[in-house]
Design a protein around this ligand. Structure first.
Ligand code: AMP
Length: 216
């Protein structure tokens, strides 16, 4: 099976070809059409399965299809460019990796992205956020710090991804995650990626307004 049956635009198919990918992995095959259709998703995926492309590729396509604000260029003041997609990750390493993938998969039509995580200076991140990124990749605690300081507005997020959701819960982030969910607009697309489907993950998924499709 090749990538061109999944509904991706020719531009993103070229990106995939540039990366040397021949066939979609199972999680990509299951997730990409559902994400493109705007569905909420609970997907089972370990690291190394290609899960990052499974959400980044269709996310880029949806952001381009319904906005293209970045394409309108610098005439729009950064303060008016909203964060449209938020990706939460359990660790700095994963956040950095995911943001690198956003840049790679977005190379042919970049959307500004910023990565924020704890343990490093706050101000450079605040400055990067002021530049008006469309996509933010973050660890939960530092994201809440930025929200408390007023350096990020989450009220226009259209797509939320919880990457390695089970690890985030294992690391004790459930309260932070619930607080973050409360800061987002009720109408949004939710994508949960998790290596395991524990009761806690299912409870989190079932607390979402739309019943997520499962891709396993
Ligand atoms: P991930 O699970 O997202 O961390 O991806 C693991 C690795 O698989 C990364 O190095 C990707 O570049 C690579 N990858 C993702 N999708 C494919 C694919 N369809 N074919 C070959 N390699 C892929």
């Amino acid at each position: 099976m090749s990538f061109d049956t999944l509904g991706l635009t020719p531009e993103l198919l070229r990106v995939v070809a540039d990366e040397g990918y021949i066939e979609p992995t199972p999680v990509q095959r299951a997730a990409i059409p559902l994400v493109l259709a705007g569905r909420d998703l609970l997907a089972g995926a370990q690291t190394g399965t290609g899960k990052t492309a499974a959400f980044v590729l269709p996310m880029l396509q949806r952001l381009h299809a319904t906005g293209g604000r970045d394409a309108r260029g610098p005439a729009i003041h950064p303060d008016r460019r909203p964060v449209r997609a938020l990706i939460l990750a359990p660790t700095r390493e994963l956040a950095l990796q995911v943001e690198a993938s956003v840049r790679t998969y977005g190379a042919r039509r970049p959307i500004r992205s910023v990565v924020i995580y704890g343990g490093v200076g706050f101000e450079p991140q605040a400055r990067a956020l002021r530049a008006g990124p469309g996509i933010v990749v973050a660890t939960p605690g530092r994201l809440l710090d930025h929200h408390a300081q007023g350096t990020i507005d989450l009220s226009r997020v259209e797509i939320l991804v919880l990457d390695e959701a089970d690890r985030m819960l294992d690391m004790g982030f459930i309260r932070d995650i619930r607080r973050i969910l409360g800061l987002l607009p009720a109408r949004r697309q939710n994508l949960l990626f998790s290596a395991t489907f524990s009761g806690e993950i299912r409870a989190l998924a079932s607390s979402l307004p739309d019943r997520p499709a499962t891709a396993d």
